[in-house]
Design a protein around this ligand. Structure first.
Ligand code: NAD
Length: 438
């Protein structure tokens, strides 16, 4: 099938390579000329696990190309994915929908034969209705169909999740749209992935509800971590023991600086606008616990250090939003580093992939080429992104034990197994757990 992907950022570019990988002829439309040129030359403009290999393979095979010219895509493709950005508005009141509206408004008049527009961006509930009105008003041909097909991929696993998602949700209203969706995803559906067909408003709510539920789980266990700190209980054990119950499940139940603000703030604002009073009250509580996770991490760091951290050097391991990506937008880890710097500490950053993006935003921070170098002469170590090289390298605790001034590890993701660190003489501090000492 001939498809276009409009907007080739962290979501769109991996989606474009995945579509080429399953056999489609793909044209990516990217309005940033530098990003477009890099992609066309097979160079990944950001790190995402497994992405560059497929980009190289499919730009070389000719099955995937990139352009800044939307008209080229309108002429070429029968199905157009919309994957442009929807950043959170500066006032926090919902997503900025400008890119989505503009992409559809520009595309529709260029279409010269029946086509299916498939929205993948994460949008505010009610957006599809707005887009349908644009199509109704501006389409020059009949049968321009709109499908809402939210993306649930986990950043850091974007390629794998695009090729083998947990499910595909498509909100649509016509047979043509259904057939187009079934055709474009046929190779994935053949692998047993479920296709959930519904109407567009339900598809929009499914995406927002999924994000809100995941944030609720993290916020719930963060709230329980607070309780554990009061009574000297162990939140990791609580999460494990309640998660054994399949009605609860332990996935996504690790305390820490976890979820980004985008995941719940927009929906909270929107349900308030709609007047859904109980949903608004509930999500407001979740949002506020989510917002407190950085202050909670700072309190833990100060307790571990035994006082204020101004003037201290902090080895800061990980600024990426998640392991597996170089993205630092809305990254709780980066927010934490910023708050520590505001308190007078000097974070010395090491991240396997996100140093360049971090340095661009914060040239004033210290930087290191390796974890060992970051830890050298630090007053304490903060682990903020769960890269395996921090959490699964059995040598790291021992090789760095004599480099640091105080062997204090503060793990604000509750992700390390303390044993090797304790054996190498470190104190390990995690949220909702008693400090563990060698
Ligand atoms: N990043 C993720 O892991 C992820 C996961 C699920 C959903 N989403 C959603 O996907 C959407 C995109 O997110 P992202 O992280 O890829 O954003 P991004 O900012 O990385 O990418 C958006 C890209 O679209 C380009 N663009 C904007 N307008 C354009 C236009 N009219 N024509 C062509 N290109 C245009 C921008 O230059 C940019 O490169 C958002 O709604 C986001 O919430 C993202």
């Amino acid at each position: 099938m001939r498809v276009s992907v409009i907007g080739c950022g962290h979501l769109g570019a991996p989606h474009a390579v995945a579509m080429a990988e399953i056999g489609h002829e793909v044209i990516g439309v990217e309005s940033d000329p530098g990003r477009c040129e890099a992609l066309g030359n097979g160079i990944a403009p950001f790190f995402e696990e497994g992405f560059e290999d497929l980009l190289v393979r499919h730009t070389a095979s000719g099955r995937l190309r990139f352009t800044t010219d939307l008209r080229e895509a309108a002429d070429f493709a029968d199905l157009h994915f919309i994957a442009v950005g929807t950043p959170l508005r500066a006032d926090g009141h919902g997503y900025d929908m400008t890119q989505v509206i503009e992409a559809v408004r520009s595309l529709v008049p260029l279409l010269n034969r029946p086509a299916t527009i498939v929205g993948r961006s994460t949008v505010m509930v009610g957006t599809v209705e707005r887009l349908q009105k644009i199509i109704d008003a501006d389409a020059r041909v009949a049968n321009v169909e709109l499908v809402w097909n939210p993306e649930f991929l986990r950043e850091g696993h974007a390629v794998r999740d695009s090729l083998l998602p947990d499910r595909i949700v498509a909100g649509l209203t016509s047979r043509q749209a259904r057939e187009a969706v079934e055709e474009v995803y046929a190779p994935i559906l053949d692998h047993g992935v479920g296709l959930i067909l519904t109407d567009p408003p339900t598809a929009e709510v499914i995406k927002s509800a999924a994000n809100a539920f995941l944030t609720t789980k993290i916020s719930f266990i963060n709230a329980i971590a607070e309780v554990c700190e009061y009574v000297g209980a162990d939140v990791n054990m609580v999460a494990h023991a309640i998660g054994v119950d399949r009605r609860i499940g332990d996935g996504g139940m690790r305390p820490g600086i976890g979820a980004g603000p985008k995941d719940v703030t927009d929906f909270t604002h929107r349900v308030g606008e709609l007047g859904a009073r109980n949903a608004h009250g509930f999500l407001t509580a979740v949002d506020s616990i989510n917002a407190d996770r950085i202050p909670a991490a700072i309190r833990l760091i100060e307790r571990a250090h035994g006082g204020p951290i101004d003037g201290r050097t902090i080895a800061f391991l990980g600024t990426a939003f998640k392991a597996g990506t170089s993205d630092v937008r809305d990254s709780p880890a980066l927010r934490l580093a910023e708050r520590l710097a505001e308190r007078g500490a000097t974070p010395v950053i090491y991240d396997p992939e996100a140093i360049a993006a971090t340095r661009e935003l914060h040239p004033e921070f210290g930087y290191a080429d390796t974890a060992e170098q970051a830890i050298t002469d630090a007053d304490l170590v903060v682990l903020a992104t769960e890269w395996p090289e921090f959490t699964a390298d059995p040598e790291l605790p021992a090789t760095t034990a004599d480099l640091v001034r105080h062997r204090v590890l503060v793990d604000v993701r509750n992700t390390v197994e303390p044993g090797p660190w304790l054996a190498a003489g470190w104190e390990v501090w995690q949220l909702g757990r008693r400090p563990q000492r060698p």
